[in-house]
Ligand binder design. Structure first.
Ligand SMILES: [Zn+2]
Ligand SMILES: [Zn+2]
Length: 299
């Protein structure tokens, strides 16, 4: 009974999110605070669900994980978001203005069609960026820290190297003129799906949900220990893209991590992409020092 109830929570939340942004009270829908508050509220709600219906005891939240996750949640909603706006979204909007690109058809589409298209644009971009990260070394070095996490929970989607968090935030969305509420609706759906896709909640939604949306089964397999097993299920929320493009794999993994499941500290995650360059520099310096004549002996 409890299992059945929890299996229905993700689809029920999607329905509630759509109804809220589509026909909710204007005082909330038009309030600029709503979109700011709704993301953390979803994360907290799902973290609480982990406490009452846990998936794996090995993924249980502890103090160390909690404060690491909190750091990344705050980093993502402040610095990463500001940098992404300043370096990507705003220049793209300016370019759109300069080139005179207009898409008046976008905001005249039916509300649900706008939401579906926005969701697809975001997910399609993220899919290719994520796939690139798993197939090209410099990009993998930025994404690998996210795969070094050794347990999953509702906040783990926010954890990663800052460069990766910036790269994965890039989107062509600023080129289109959509209604703001449709944008917020698509963002919130993405938050619900991706939060559950990392969450330690015993919840396996009905097939109609998991056909379209990424679940913890799909994404835990993506977090497998064997690197080769991570090269599937790239879609953050819209697993349908993997199904269509042939990168979908069914299955699940309770054991997650990389490099013999070595957990990285925040500092180790931050410097991770520069590790090969740092090691190369150190090796060269050591070599140079060994090659120097020993002045003591010479004297
Ligand atoms: Zn990945
Ligand atoms: Zn992940």
């Amino acid at each position: 009974m409890k299992d059945k109830l929890f299996n229905l929570i993700p689809p029920a939340m999607i329905v509630m999110v759509v109804l809220f942004w589509w026909m909710g009270p204007a005082v909330l829908v038009k309030n600029s605070w709503t979109i700011i508050v709704i993301g953390p509220a979803i994360t907290i709600a799902v973290l609480l669900m982990e406490m009452v219906h846990e998936r794996h005891a090995g993924w249980r939240m502890n103090k160390q994980e909690f404060f690491t996750d909190l750091f990344y949640v705050v980093l993502g909603s402040t610095v990463i978001s500001w940098v992404s706006d300043a370096l990507a979204k705003d220049p793209l909007k300016a370019l759109k203005h300069t080139l005179g690109i207009t898409t008046p058809w976008a905001e005249h589409m039916p509300f649900l069609a706008q939401v579906a298209l926005i969701f697809f644009i975001i997910e399609f971009g993220q899919y290719w960026m994520h796939r690139l990260m798993h197939n090209t070394t410099p990009f993998w070095l930025t994404h690998a820290p996210h795969h070094h996490i050794t347990q999953l929970n509702a906040a783990k989607g926010a954890v990663g190297n800052p460069i990766e968090l910036f790269l994965i935030s890039l989107s062509a969305l600023a080129l289109f003129d959509f209604q703001e509420t449709a944008l917020f609706c698509a963002f919130t759906i993405g938050t619900v799906v991706s939060t559950f896709a990392h969450a330690n909640v015993r919840s396996d939604p009905p097939r109609i949900y998991s056909f379209f949306f990424t679940t913890i089964q799909h994404h835990s397999l993506h977090h497998s220990v064997e690197y080769e097993n991570t090269r599937c299920n790239y879609a953050n929320s819209l697993i349908l893209i993997d199904r269509v493009l042939g990168t979908f794999r069914a299955g699940e993994s309770a054991i997650v991590g990389q490099d013999e499941r070595k957990r990285l500290s925040i500092w180790e995650q931050t410097v991770f992409p520069f590790r090969p360059a740092i090691d190369w520099y150190k090796a060269r310096r050591e070599q140079a020092m060994q090659g120097q004549p020993n002045t003591d002996l010479a004297a």
